[in-house]
Design a binder for this molecule. Structure first.
Ligand SMILES: Cc1ncc(C[n+]2csc(CCOP(=O)(O)OP(=O)(O)O)c2C)c(N)n1
Ligand SMILES: [Mg+2]
Length: 569
């Protein structure tokens, strides 16, 4: 018997009802619904909840800031395909956790944020850390509700999990007031809830599949765009089969990378600009025509481009560009339908067309430019030389986390992804500070896999203290800090006679020494010769390591673009 579930015998010998505490019921309901991981920062009124979660078999990772914890929870949710949890204290803890809700909403990722709240009995009285939490969480959530009765906790957890997971995924918020968590109720008064099954996978009518294939076949310059919706739908086998059956050129979105391996011969990522500008028919698989794809509009796209749009959300169809064919449903089911139709009636985009030749020559041209930048052996280092070595030392089956401006943009072109859900980056919301939380979530969700987080120095600074979390939980994460002394670049020395420019950070920072403070391994690299050994060593040991690589503070994307947005003098 535990202190949280208790039964006793009354004086007349009758059995008193077995009791359960709200916090235990919440932990148990989460575990029942497939929440196996919880990230958070404890305090009022959720300290007990985290401890009870551990007792129910949920792995709890205590973090240093709720933002990072909420990022960790959504990374784990995306990788595992079920919402995982973040738990935060009332008031300021919830406010920090909103960062994760907003980021998950923008990325269409599930997660559950549980915000401790002051007691319902003190509502409006100016309670400790009192805040209108459901109200502030709602615009950033797909579902937001308070646990308003202890006996209905299982009901609300089921709703939160189901709403977060089904249809287009998104974050759910549950408000957990102190008096609801501490109340003890008889177990037999609980209203039980069903365990949420895996999401349904709706397909489309055959005539829509026929229409889609007819449109594809009429294309002169077809292109398939593979979005992270396909990664979420676990459609990697189906999408690869489709690409191979049709021999169509494809382009992944940043987090659609890896659904089909980046080194597949039909990948045209190095010719992205040309592919988008000239394609006349685009098969859009689980990708939105938002800023990442330049809204599907001219001058970055052809004016009269015809779109075949596959999306889980009907309301997404036609956003920014009308769709000629709309296939609304599950990505895995729909692409499997396309494959079945192609099996019955095979069709391939011809091997020799001017479109294929144009794409291939652009790919070759741009690969040659990157290769020449990667061959630059000068000190201070440039991005390409550094990222080439990161690429060549990547561990097997790794997940690549990346954030920064140049660091992330150039990294996306140089670092190859193999396998779906192997890239986590600043995403649709463009959020800096996600990197260490994502790496922790990924490491916990995929035990035995070494995660590589490639961080700009500014991006790293948002949550660098989470290195301590990595050491404490012995997580196999290599953090690579590519340091150009600031946001998009800095200066070699701080000015003596005036304040530093806004985006400039300390030129003498020694980020690798964080390993001296907490443990793990730290490496400092300034020359090409040191790169390979430091990265290989960092990747081969246990637990976390940090490789701080100093590069030219004026290094840029192309040789002509030094210091592209930071005033440096
Ligand atoms: C939460 C948040 N704050 C601020 C920004 C603005 N911002 C865009 S990129 C960036 C950092 C870029 O610098 P760094 O990470 O060092 O990468 P670099 O380009 O220097 O390689 C910042 C602060 C943002 N995107 N998100
Ligand atoms: Mg920087």
């Amino acid at each position: 018997m535990t202190t949280e579930t208790a039964s006793a015998t009354t004086t007349n010998g009758a059995q008193a009802p077995e009791m359960i505490k709200g916090a235990t019921l919440l932990a148990r309901s989460l575990k029942q619904q497939g929440v196996d991981y919880m990230f958070g920062v404890v305090g009022f009124p959720i300290t007990e909840l985290a401890a009870y979660a551990q007792r129910e078999g949920i792995k709890y990772v205590g973090m240093r800031n709720e933002q990072a914890a909420s990022y960790a929870a959504q990374a784990a949710s995306y990788i595992l395909g079920r919402p995982q949890a973040c738990v935060v204290v009332s008031g300021p803890g919830v406010v920090h956790g909103l960062a994760g809700l907003a980021n998950a909403k923008s990325n269409c990722w599930p997660m559950i944020l549980i915000g401790g709240a002051s007691a319902v009995s003190q509502n409006g009285m100016g309670a400790f850390q009192e805040e209108n939490q459901v109200e502030i969480a709602r615009p950033h959530s797909k579902y937001a509700h308070a646990l308003d009765r202890t006996d209905r906790i299982p009901y609300y957890v089921e709703q939160a999990v189901r709403t977060s997971l089904y249809g287009r995924p998104g974050p759910a918020y549950l408000d957990a007031p102190d008096d609801i968590l501490t109340a003890e109720i008889p177990i037999d008064t609980i209203r039980p809830a069903n365990v949420v099954p895996d999401p349904p996978r709706p397909g489309v009518p055959d005539r829509d599949i026929e229409a889609a294939l007819a449109t594809l076949k009429s294309a002169e310059r077809p292109l398939v765009i593979v979005g992270k919706g396909m990664a979420w739908a676990r459609a990697e086998n189906e999408v690869q089969e489709l690409i191979e059956r049709t021999q169509l050129p494809f382009l992944p979105t940043p987090m659609g990378k890896g659904v089909v391996d980046d080194d597949h011969p039909l990948a045209v990522s190095p010719a992205r600009t040309l592919a988008l500008r000239e394609a006349d028919v685009v098969l859009l698989l689980g990708a939105r025509l938002n800023w990442i794809l330049h809204f599907g509009r001219s001058p970055r796209w052809a004016d009269n481009v015809r779109i075949i749009q596959v999306d889980i959300a009907a309301e997404e169809i036609g956003t920014n560009v009308p769709a000629e064919v709309a296939l609304v449903g599950d990505g895995q089911a729909i692409v499997a339908q396309l494959n079945r139709a192609l099996e019955d009636e095979p069709w391939q985009y011809p091997a020799e067309t001017t479109w294929r030749t144009a794409l291939q020559s652009k790919v070759d041209e741009n690969v040659a430019i990157s290769n020449s930048l990667m061959a630059d052996e000068s000190t201070p280092l440039n991005y390409y030389r550094v990222l080439k070595e990161v690429r060549d030392t990547l561990p097997e089956d790794t997940i690549i986390v990346s954030e920064g401006a140049n660091t992330m943009d150039i990294g996306r072109t140089v670092l190859p992804n193999k396998g779906a859900r192997t890239r986590l980056d600043a995403g649709s919301y463009g959020t800096m500070g996600v990197g260490l939380g994502f790496a922790i979530g990924a490491a916990v969700a995929r035990p035995g896999t070494r995660i590589v987080a490639v961080e700009g120095d500014a991006a790293f600074g948002f949550s660098g203290m989470e290195y301590e979390t990595m050491v404490r939980h012995k997580l196999p994460i290599t953090i690579v800090v590519i340091n150009n002394n600031g946001i998009g670049g800095g200066i070699a020395e701080l000015p003596v006679d005036r304040d530093p420019p806004p985006g400039v950070y300390s030129p003498d920072a020694r980020y690798e020494r964080i390993a001296d403070m907490f443990g793990g391994r730290g490496y400092y690299v300034t020359t090409p010769a040191e790169l390979g050994p430091a990265l290989s060593e960092a990747n081969s040991g246990d637990g976390p390591a940090i490789v701080h690589i100093r590069i030219d503070p004026r290094a840029g994307r192309k040789p002509q673009q030094f210091g592209w947005h930071t005033p440096t003098n």
